[in-house]
Write a protein that binds this ligand. Sequence first.
Ligand code: AHM
Ligand code: MG
Length: 346
Amino acid sequence: MSLQQGTVALEETDPLTLSAWILTQQHKSAGARGRLTVLLNAIGVGCKFVSSAVRRAGLAGMMGMAGSSNVQGEDQKKLDLVANEVFKNSLRRSGQCCILITEEEDEPIFIEEPHRGDYIVVFDPLDGSSNIDCGVSVGTIFGIYKAKNPGSGNYSLEDVMRPGTEMVAAGYCMYGSMSYMMITTGKGVAGFTLDPTLGEFVITHPSVQVPPRGAIYSINEGNAVNWDEATKKYVEECKAGTFNNGKPYSLRYVGSMVADVHRTLLYGGIFMYPADKKSPKGKLRVLYECFPMAMLMEQAGGKSTTGTASSLGMVPDSIHARAPIYLGSREEVERIEQLKKECGCA
Ligand code: AHM
Ligand code: MG
């Protein structure tokens, strides 16, 4: 039987799925026993579930507020809570986790036997939730650590309060016009697109490389009055096209970190959420927003900084700690670091 032209392209007959790719990563690591593979697959299943829930939300009565608030005092949406339950259940059932940290819960979740394993997963189950009710892209962000003493049965917050450099994997899934998964296990970044007909994430971006420069800046400019001098100066340079032959940069800001970082990974440029007078420590959370995105960006050849130090070098002082972040094309991030030094901005 020959393939009918125009219905199925030949290359589509051999899709590399997320599960198959995860297995190839395992084979590259000497001594790997497949446990991270099981865990990453569980995250993939959670993302498919949430992708489906996001697409049906308006029809299934899942839009709007749940009537509760999280530890940050932010009101929770129904979909925030659904996504949180989906990931907790999927991760617990994987049998590979000892501690879960989720944006939606004040306290760490310690997994008991018989489900306990050696990995810690930090996650924001549905980031950008202010965009849910108007159908704009949202996403899931995750980072993974291995326990300090695997197999000991002895797990504590010390396993969590570690620099981002110690993460063994990180990624996000963006629920947008399509659902995209970007993932790293420390050997570059691969991107997958959910094929709704197969119900599988299929590789579409085998090796993501962020361009060294980019002409797009992304920041909530409504906060400009509260920025420090370096951030103000950098944004002025973007508008003047100082390093772009006088051609002004474009401003793009979705207000969902996943969507803004996704665009930055693919097109280059910079995403910024600085500390400012309103949010002196920044807004975004170290463990499950800054670290995973910083790891992805660096693995794709880009850079991430607090303004004065590498994002991945931070050690969080609490599970919901926040930090300023500037990430994207290497030369853009280095320019903001230089301006911070020049103005003596902390
Ligand atoms: P959330 O975790 O409550 O959704 O908040 C995080 C979001 C990020 O996705 C986004 O970059 C940022 O908050 C937008 O904040 P702002 O509305 O202040 O620009
Ligand atoms: Mg969130």
